[in-house]
Design a protein around this ligand. Structure first.
Ligand code: FPP
Length: 303
């Protein structure tokens, strides 16, 4: 029996134990970092499908290289719950989440995925307690200062999208330094959304466009979708082919609102710190099952 048919429909390869009330989650017997024993008590179970018995190596080998997404976007959700389940402070979940980011970058490079865009801090996240915001900013600075060399070694270009001017000056410094030092790299683009909101991005695009109309460099009648795209923070990246959101939430939460128009959406109950190589491979298999029609009819059946 599938306890949550909505999620099952969206990500049918998963056997779910959702929803688990928050009060029950916090009373589960977690007390310490990730290990096999505590993972058994996790509120989600591993995928149950024809791919279940395959090793990570086999899962990777079974992917069709022609049908891989070029651009994957990720809403990394569930860090707080992951920590809470283990009786740890929320920041421990964010810290563990960085290891998932590292694994995603590594696998993307191995598979030849050209762009990864991750939602690290939304505009709405400014409403969190000051202590958590400071801890997240410190984590971002630590990540950039220690990981910069590895990004360069892997030929990963680092970019950010969002209202960066709202970040503390030291975080802005590390962001700008990393962007500058990786600007020439082209094996993969890692875009980190920071102080980002999809609607704010559209507002900023409209403002930029209006400025150019006022300056006379653009005629209003020339404005079309392709032109608006050029004013978005993400330009010149192509739109994401696949969006993954972890932790069982099935929303886009103000992420890449314009760019997600034809993106395939994959929702998984796995919490972000548990979303590792195997989960990413399964999401890619799920993506390869989708028929991307972009509003067209692909069937040859006559009307
Ligand atoms: C959502 O989980 C996650 C975030 C708000 C932050 C994500 C940040 C990281 C993984 C680390 C920073 C990344 C880089 C690249 C430096 P949540 O806190 O909303 O979890 P919850 O829904 O369980 O409370």
């Amino acid at each position: 029996m599938i306890p949550n048919s909505r999620l099952y429909l969206v990500f049918p390869t998963y056997r779910l134990t959702f929803p688990t009330p928050a009060s029950r989650l916090s009373s589960l017997p977690f007390n310490g970092p990730r290990n096999e024993e505590t993972d058994q008590h996790s509120m989600v179970q591993m995928p149950s499908s024809s791919l279940d018995h395959l090793s990570e190596k086999e899962l990777a080998a079974k992917l069709d290289p022609e049908l891989l997404p070029k651009h994957v976007a990720v809403i990394m959700d569930g860090n707080g719950r992951w920590a809470e389940l283990r009786g740890l402070p929320r920041i421990a979940g964010h810290r563990e989440g960085i290891n998932s980011v590292r694994e995603m970058i590594k696998l993307s490079l191995e598979l030849g995925i050209q762009a990864l865009t991750i939602y690290a801090f939304s505009q709405e996240n400014w409403n969190r307690p000051t202590q958590e915001i400071s801890a997240l900013m410190a984590l971002l600075e630590h990540y950039l200062s220690t990981e910069r060399a590895s990004l360069i070694e892997q030929c990963v270009r680092f970019r950010t999208i969002g209202r960066l001017e709202l970040l503390p000056p030291s975080a802005q410094h590390w962001v700008r330094t990393t962007e500058k030092e990786t600007a020439h790299l082209d094996r993969m683009v890692l875009t980190v959304a920071l102080s980002y909101g999809g609607r704010a991005e559209i507002v900023d695009a409209v403002r930029g466009l209006l400025n150019d109309v006022r300056a006379g460099t653009i005629q209003p009648e020339c404005v079309d979708e392709a032109m608006i795209q050029q004013y978005l923070y993400t330009y010149p990246l192509p739109d994401p082919d696949l969006l993954i959101r972890t932790s069982g939430e099935t929303r886009v939460s103000n992420f890449l609102l314009w760019q997600l128009a034809y993106t395939e959406l994959c929702f998984t109950p796995t919490l972000w710190p548990d979303f590792r190589r195997r989960e990413f491979l399964l999401a890619l298999h799920e993506y390869q099952k989708r028929e991307r029609r972009f509003g067209r009819i692909l069937s040859t059946v006559s009307l």
